[in-house]
Design a binder for this molecule. Sequence first.
Ligand SMILES: Nc1ncnc2c1ncn2[C@@H]1O[C@H](COP(=O)(O)OP(=O)(O)OP(=O)(O)O)[C@@H](O)[C@H]1O
Length: 391
Amino acid sequence: MLLTSSPHLTRRLFFAASRHLSPCLSPLAATRSAPFLTVPRTLRVRSIATPAEATAGFDEMAAGTQRKFFLLGGKGGVGKTSCAASLAVKFANNGHPTLIVSTDPAHSLSDSFAQDLSGGTLVPVDGLDSPLFALEINPEKTREEFRSASQSSGGSGVKDFMDSMGLGMLAERLGELKLGELLDAPPPGLDEAIAISKVMQFVEAQEYNMFSRIVFDTAPTGHTLRLLSLPDFLDASIGKIMKLRQKLASATSALKSVFGQEGPRQDASDKLEQLRKRMIKVRELFRDTQSTEFIIVTIPTVMAISESSRLCTSLRKEHVPVKRLIVNQILPPPASDCKFCAMKRKDQMHALEMIQNDPELKGLKQIQAPLVDVEIRGVPALRFMGEMIWK
Ligand SMILES: Nc1ncnc2c1ncn2[C@@H]1O[C@H](COP(=O)(O)OP(=O)(O)OP(=O)(O)O)[C@@H](O)[C@H]1O
């Protein structure tokens, strides 16, 4: 079994399990003439690219036992899950009971850890000495929970019912507030916002107090931006529902016996109020510089860096703390006369220069991570990646 707490041994075992690409494409090819198990890999992957911070500042990230949240996000396929999972493993190895949460509807935590972490509940990750748990949020389930609470508290079902009771005027008001639209056809991104509120529910509960580091593997940029702006929208929308419910309560007091649903309606009302409170907490959490940090993950291509710059602008607009930028999958200088590698590397260097000149990104602490010639999969590989990135 590929489990060990020794970084050196981990590296050796990881390499032993490695699958090799074409020597031309392999950034490590030049050093492969020597038996590869004995070559210190850290030396081989350090000599890359343009100015970057020497370390990620992991000590600062790991300092203190108060709970901290790290959200990793960026363009699709840049390595968000690998970076998030490697950070979670490193936190756990440093003694932090850690939870990694995927808010990406297309979960890949199970693939990244090479073990089944699905099911929408906390699952312990095997292969570590210290506690690491994973949670792949099930958006469909949370959407249904929200929908049923909403439907029973003023959605289109209530509207039809009120029409039939001859309370057309109130029904029109419902129409004005577009509640039917909100409740019957939730806007894109609602799944994630609800999912995050679910996470709050988890972290508020006593038995989850143990986690001092919570790492979020978020969905690609578009979804994540909607997630970050939705708490405001939902807070306002739910607020409207709540106000309307109060109006309804007085307007229909004479018909109470007909409605005859005080118990269930109160339940639904409470659920909405709880949801609204959680939304406010989520919004506060996203903006709290003491406890939260959004780490942008990118790769050295013009497209990815342009998108990262826009993401950074949006995060700042939302007052989400962002300090670090991971530039993943950087090719080391080609050690052979591979023209493809030379061209690719030149392209990457050009993209890295963009970061230095980008008003949004140039102030971030830049962490460069090399493209390695094996797929990052399983705890030993993630531990290895964590040692490269989170220094
Ligand atoms: N530095 C790296 N070197 C080599 N392979 C890498 C590196 N980083 C990530 N990968 C590989 O790239 C692929 C995509 O990585 P990952 O799933 O972490 O990206 P993602 O941004 O989370 O993707 P998605 O947007 O689809 O969720 C995986 O096969 C992973 O092993």
